[in-house]
Design a protein around this ligand. Structure first.
Ligand code: SF4
Ligand code: SF4
Length: 321
């Protein structure tokens, strides 16, 4: 709790997002290592013990166990962050478009059939958009947030993030209250405006915050779209952060969803003072070639190059926080 409070009070939260549905422990360990070395101070991982252990291992290898806070993500069934895709083999024409667009390398070909590797899929839905014949189904494969979280409370986690983009206000409040009943550390709400209007979302957030003064709102712009490094991609999250700040909610606000190296600069130029930036798709993409390398752990040059790229990103964000 103290580690998290320090990060937030300094208003310099730099979070690497591995993906709420990312169960690829090898990737998580490498991301944790590279971004810990690069000066990030928070890592967001899926609510599974082996994934948390992989993040801890990467942080330990970087020697940053006293600096990096671990945030565990859980989500409602309506929220895209905890969705997975499945290919309907009966309809699939084996064109391969989905496999070539998947940034997580989660779709592979076996015996001329395309299959989604569930552990790697983060629910970004890019494959669904790419498939011309509607052969890809979106599924929610996780248990309810409370059930996912319960066995992880004693794992030394620093923060729990609740992904709750849904139209169902009652379900959001029920899920939130259950999480609060078992976890008394720092809580983060990751929500976007795709399913609720501004007035409704502010009213909902006020109910969720109650009398607490240490809640994080991760103002999600366009979830999992941050592959491009331009202002347009990051505009929606800055606009949402501005709405939260304008309404005077007593929270820490972190940008996410479409974030890139320009996010904190854009927020500053728009006079929106945020407490940090969470980087997922973009941060993973810029180090991907190095992380995917089979000799990553034995090749110092590969590690150094990846860390240098991550450091440049950290620097461009910190300059404007
Ligand atoms: S494109 Fe996205 S949703 Fe589709 S398999 Fe890859 S990670 Fe999963
Ligand atoms: S894009 Fe659709 S049709 Fe093509 S391989 Fe993927 S699932 Fe099959």
């Amino acid at each position: 709790m103290e580690k998290m409070k320090k990060i937030l009070n300094e208003r310099k939260c730099l979070k690497i997002v591995c993906g709420a549905g990312n169960e690829d422990t090898k990737e998580v360990e490498k991301l944790a290592y590279v971004y810990s070395c690069a000066g990030f101070n928070m890592i967001d991982v899926c609510a599974k013990k082996d994934v948390i252990d992989a993040a801890k291992s990467g942080i330990l290898k970087a020697g940053k166990e006293n600096e990096i806070a671990i945030c565990v993500s859980v989500g409602l069934c309506d929220d895209v962050h905890v969705s997975k895709t499945v290919i309907n083999g009966q309809k699939c024409t084996s064109c391969g478009k989905c496999a070539s667009i998947c940034a997580q390398n989660a779709i592979y070909n076996e015996d001329e059939k395309y299959i989604v590797d569930e552990r790697k899929c983060i629910g970004c839905l890019k494959c669904v958009q790419a498939c011309d014949c509607g052969s890809i189904i979106v599924e929610h494969k996780y248990k309810q947030p409370y059930t996912m979280l319960l066995p992880l409370i004693s794992e030394g986690i620093d923060c729990v993030e609740f992904h709750c983009a849904s139209e169902n206000e009652e379900m959001i409040l029920e899920g939130w209250n259950k999480i609060k009943s078992i976890y008394n550390g720092i809580l983060s709400i990751c929500i976007d405006r795709s399913k609720m209007g501004d007035e409704k979302i502010i009213s909902l957030l006020k109910q969720m915050i109650g009398d607490k003064d240490d809640i994080i709102i991760q103002a999600d712009g366009n979830p999992m779209t941050g592959g491009i490094d331009d202002y347009k991609s990051t505009l929606q999250t800055v606009a949402f952060a501005e709405l939260i700040k304008r309404n005077g909610l007593p929270v820490f606000v972190i940008l996410s969803g479409g974030t890139n190296s320009k996010s904190s600069k854009l927020a500053k130029e728009c006079s929106v003072n945020v407490e940090g930036v969470a980087l997922g798709s973009y941060a993973r993409k810029i180090v991907k070639d190095y992380i995917d390398s089979d000799d990553f752990w034995t090749n110092e040059n590969i590690q150094k190059t990846a860390i240098q790229i991550a450091e440049n990103l950290a620097q461009s964000i910190k300059t404007y926080l």
